[in-house]
Design a protein around this ligand. Structure first.
Ligand SMILES: Nc1ncnc2c1ncn2[C@@H]1O[C@H](COP(=O)(O)OP(=O)(O)O)[C@@H](O)[C@H]1O
Ligand SMILES: [Mg+2]
Length: 256
């Protein structure tokens, strides 16, 4: 039996005149991959911003592992165990690949990491542990040979994997991926799909993924939630959603 890890309950998000999310409810089962799809402007990134505390929802509730997290600050939500990647890469260009992963340990809430000011014994131990963990994740992601490179020197697909690695460093229970395959080649997409499946199988990770590539979504998801103009128009098994007339009309169009 699975239980919902994340529950979105009648969420509303309004900006001045725009209703970006209108009474949206759905839940994520633990250890499953859920896709959030819909046309541009449907409210997908806004949903991510509400869940991660970057926006405070106008109305409604968000519960994570049974606790209400609605309106908490982003760093507190991160500490509950929710990590994300961004639609536009958000890596630190001045830092190496390894250092970018260490930022994830900081986001998780380790005390002295990255402060570098007061190097007490405790922070040194924490730093050493975090670095060992970062190197382990880099090896897992097949990035160990580029640990000391700057992200901008690397192909786009590798940069996306670094961001994924930073989310793994946070020891999150839920990872939100915002268009993880956008701009990727077919090979890079296949590698990212395999990575998501492996992390799910080996770590029991729960994912919420925004992605436009429908074949990829059909391949990787256990469930699909569809938004259109801020409203949920479908929610369920991928095959059922794929053939839902309302979804086809709003988003999928006819098969080419
Ligand atoms: N910070 C903001 N201020 C005003 N409007 C916003 C803001 N963020 C998102 N929106 C609006 O909310 C709607 C949904 O946007 P978004 O969540 O980015 O869509 P999607 O990710 O599905 O393409 C759009 O109309 C967008 O312009
Ligand atoms: Mg978006």
């Amino acid at each position: 039996m699975t239980r919902p890890l994340l529950e979105i309950d009648a969420l509303h998000m309004r900006f001045q005149g725009i209703v970006a999310l209108d009474d949206v409810s759905f839940s994520l089962d633990e250890g499953k991959v859920t896709a959030l799809i819909g046309p541009n402007g449907a409210g997908k990134t806004t949903m991510f911003n509400c869940v991660t505390g970057m926006y405070r929802p106008t109305d409604g509730a968000i519960r994570f592992a049974g606790e209400t997290i609605t309106g908490l600050k982003a760093h507190r939500i991160a500490r509950h165990g929710i990590a994300r990647t961004f639609q536009n890469l958000a890596l630190f260009s001045g830092l190496t690949v390894l250092q970018n992963l260490l930022v994830g340990a900081y986001l998780k809430g380790s005390s002295g990491l990255l402060q570098g000011m007061f190097r007490t014994g405790a922070t040194r131990t924490e730093e050493a542990e975090a670095e060992a963990q970062a190197r382990e994740i880099l090896a897992y992601l097949g990035l160990d040979d580029v640990a000391d490179a700057k992200p901008s020197q690397l192909p786009y697909g590798q940069q996306k994997r670094i961001e994924f690695g930073r989310a793994l460093m946070q020891k999150a229970k839920l990872i939100l991926l915002d268009e993880p395959m956008a701009g990727m080649s077919k090979t890079e997409k296949a590698a990212m799909t395999a990575l998501i499946q492996r992390v799910r199988a080996e770590m029991g990770m729960t994912f919420l993924i925004v992605e436009h590539d429908i074949p990829v979504i059909m391949d990787v998801s256990d469930k699909i939630v569809v938004l259109d103009f801020g409203r949920k128009i479908a929610d369920g098994d991928p095959r059922a959603v794929r053939s839902d007339p309302a979804v086809i009309a709003a988003y999928l169009g006819t098969d080419e």
